[in-house]
Design a protein around this ligand. Structure first.
Ligand code: NDP
Length: 282
């Protein structure tokens, strides 16, 4: 009989805090959680996942650049994963993987429940159209934002995401080079991996912000520094990194697998204490 295992798959994955978060949730609730980080390049992902299942793998989180591949291999999907076209949580059921996405719920919970912000009625700009952007877009619409503009370096992916959302009046794509002509946004979400690997500045026109803008980077740690520096320079009112979302999406996955929801506050506080990036909010 294999021991029940959990893991996060990604490429690269060495930076992942997920093993620490899930282990801390387990300690809190008296559950012995075996949770590892497994590096899998896209071409090796399916095989690595099957090997993991054979070794007792019962649940897997999936991060960049594998979320769309996880969607494609899921035998069953939740409604929110189907709308997102991306999967970050896989659960083994009767020898098959069931796919869900907890990214969007994690982001909205962090912004509303932890930081007390109201997203309703905001005009929003989503930068990026990869797995994370796909995961958060439907949840932002469900949270009551007025409009969602999706912009991506590769415009076809932004078009595909906007189309998949199926709300042409509220959600549409625009060219990145055109950002300066799109007016002001009260919510700007950076869902790109542009600053990973130590790439310098984040240069966006200040004209897209107002003094009421909430700017959120899904990245955390050093990868969040360029966008957060830009947002502060643009005088955005609230500026957050993705650490809170990371903890909340993990709690959502944990609840799916273990049937009980951990208290995220102590785990968030511990990680925040070690994080290099400060968040600011009036
Ligand atoms: P993907 O690889 O699926 O997508 C990457 C995205 O970044 C694409 O839109 C890509 O554009 C864009 N991009 C990459 N390089 C550049 C660049 N130099 N300039 C502009 N755009 C660029 O990754 P994910 O969507 O899964 O993840 C995106 C980021 O969000 C990651 O850094 C990840 O760590 C973070 N994240 C954080 C979470 C949290 O809980 N806090 C949860 C999920 C993700 P293109 O299509 O043109 O290649």
């Amino acid at each position: 009989m294999h021991m029940i295992r959990y893991a996060v798959f990604g490429h690269p994955i060495a930076h992942s805090l997920s093993p620490r978060i899930h282990t801390a949730f387990g300690h809190q609730l008296g559950i012995d959680v075996r949770y590892a980080a497994i590096d899998a390049a896209p071409e090796a992902f399916v095989e690595a996942l099957e090997r993991f299942a054979g070794d007792g793998g019962r649940g897997a989180n999936v991060t960049m650049p594998l979320k769309e591949a996880a969607f494609a291999l899921s035998a069953q999907l939740t409604e929110r994963a189907r709308r997102a076209g991306a999967v970050n949580t896989l659960t083994r059921v009767d020898g098959r993987w069931h796919g869900d996405t907890t990214d969007g719920a994690g982001l909205v919970r962090d912004l509303t429940a932890r930081h007390g912000l109201d997203l309703r009625g905001r005009r929003a700009l989503l930068l990026g159209a990869g797995g994370a952007a796909r995961g958060v877009a439907p949840a932002l619409l469900d949270a009551g934002i007025a409009e969602l503009v999706v912009s991506n370096r590769t415009p076809e992916r932004a078009d595909a995401l906007a189309d998949a959302l199926g709300e042409p009046k509220r959600a549409h794509s625009r060219y990145w080079d055109d950002l300066g002509n799109l007016g002001e946004f009260e919510l700007i979400v950076n869902a790109t991996s542009a600053a990973r690997g130590g790439q310098g500045e984040f240069s966006l026109p200040f004209s897209i912000t107002t003094s009421r803008t909430l700017a959120v980077d899904l990245n955390y740690g050093e990868a969040a520094i360029p966008f957060l520096a830009w947002a502060r320079a643009a005088n955005c009112r609230d500026v957050f990194d993705g650490l809170g979302m990371l903890v909340e999406q993990a709690a959502e996955s944990f609840a799916l697998w273990h049937g009980t929801r951990p208290d995220t506050d102590p785990v968030y506080a511990t990680l925040r204490g070690h994080s290099a990036v400060l968040v600011t909010s009036d």
